[in-house]
Design a binder for this molecule. Structure first.
Ligand code: SAM
Length: 310
């Protein structure tokens, strides 16, 4: 037993693997950790080593932890030698569980919130809890760390300098196509999350909605053994995925380049569609305008319908 700072904050392990980090622990201790506060703590998205010193310090310090899946979190905490009472807080019980958390805050406890992977509240439970806790008058303190979003973007390149995070698209084809049509003229890169059983149809839907020219990044299994980051055009995406079934396995972040400048200039499109619709049907006008401008046919069709209605 080292008797060091980690043990002072409740680490259960008798062999302290963090002793060599003592100076870092002291830095973590330098921050304020008020009682009766919620700590939103990021955990790894794959590699268990991707946890911050401060996250470990806070997880060791708090009185209990609200977790998306208590079994998963229990196992993760065990890897770090931490053992704490856990509260289940997932998408089906978040409001009720938030009330339980608030009762513990009322009793003066420090409570942490973690999700299964990455940052809580990013396509994960946590956001409703944050709202409820703040509404109840208690502080919410973020403890940053891994997120698949930032991890993929960090290795994407300059073309994602500005971006919008979309997360998961609707699973049904029609709703997904509508959501994508609304995004077709968006000038910033778009970041999507996707599961393995839908990656192929999602990339195909992106090609359908945005055309084949834009840049695409398929970031798979980030920080894990089979991590891969593949950059290609949207048109090349489906072929690349089909070439090897392994490329369709695992967890995905999909990043698509924003609409080209001329495609986001809706006024030009409006003028073109207006001229074309004098001579032909809405769908033919959208088809011809797509061929001329390189913009998405679906987006132009949606726009043409709106212009016609006006
Ligand atoms: N809260 C998490 C975060 O901060 O990134 C996201 C949780 S969301 C339920 C899970 C989705 O995140 C996965 O379906 C995948 O799209 C993405 N994701 C999580 N871990 C990933 C990884 N290691 N590699 C690629 N994508 C990942």
């Amino acid at each position: 037993m080292c008797g060091g700072a980690w043990h002072n904050v409740g680490l259960a392990s008798s062999v302290c693997v963090f002793c060599f980090m003592t100076p870092l622990t002291e830095l973590a201790q330098g921050q304020q950790y008020p009682a009766a506060a919620l700590y939103v703590v990021a955990t790894p998205i794959g590699n268990v080593a991707d946890i911050t010193v401060r996250a470990l310090y806070v997880l060791g310090l708090v009185d209990r932890i609200a977790a998306e899946d208590t079994r998963n979190t229990g196992q993760l905490l065990a890897r770090y030698g931490i053992s704490k009472p856990l509260i289940a807080l997932h998408q089906h019980n978040e409001s009720a569980a938030a009330q339980r958390v608030i009762e513990h805050l009322q009793a003066g406890e420090r409570v942490a919130c973690v999700s299964d992977a990455g940052t809580p509240g990013i396509s994960d439970p946590g956001a409703k809890l944050v709202d409820a806790v703040r509404e109840a008058g208690y502080p919410v303190i973020p403890v940053p760390g891994a997120s698949a979003l930032a991890t993929a973007l960090s290795a994407a390149g300059d073309w994602v300098a500005t971006f919008s995070f979309i997360g998961f698209l609707p699973p049904k084809a029609k709703q997904r196509a509508t959501a994508l049509a609304e995004l077709a003229a968006h000038p910033h890169a778009l970041v999507f999350y996707e599961a393995p059983h839908r990656i192929v149809e999602t990339v195909e839907a992106l090609v359908e909605a945005f055309g084949g020219n834009r840049r695409l990044l398929i970031a798979r299994e980030l920080t894990k053994l089979h991590e891969s980051l593949h950059r290609c055009t949207l048109a090349e995406g489906p072929t690349w995925l089909a070439a090897d079934p392994n490329r369709q396995r695992g967890e995905f972040v999909v990043v698509v380049e924003g609409a080209p400048r001329e495609a986001s200039g809706e006024t030009d499109h409006d003028a073109l569609l207006g001229i074309l619709m004098e001579e032909m049907s809405v769908s033919s006008a959208a088809k011809v305008a797509a061929a001329i401008t390189g913009a998405s046919r679906n987006a132009l069709y949606t726009r043409a319908l709106a212009l016609k209605k006006d």
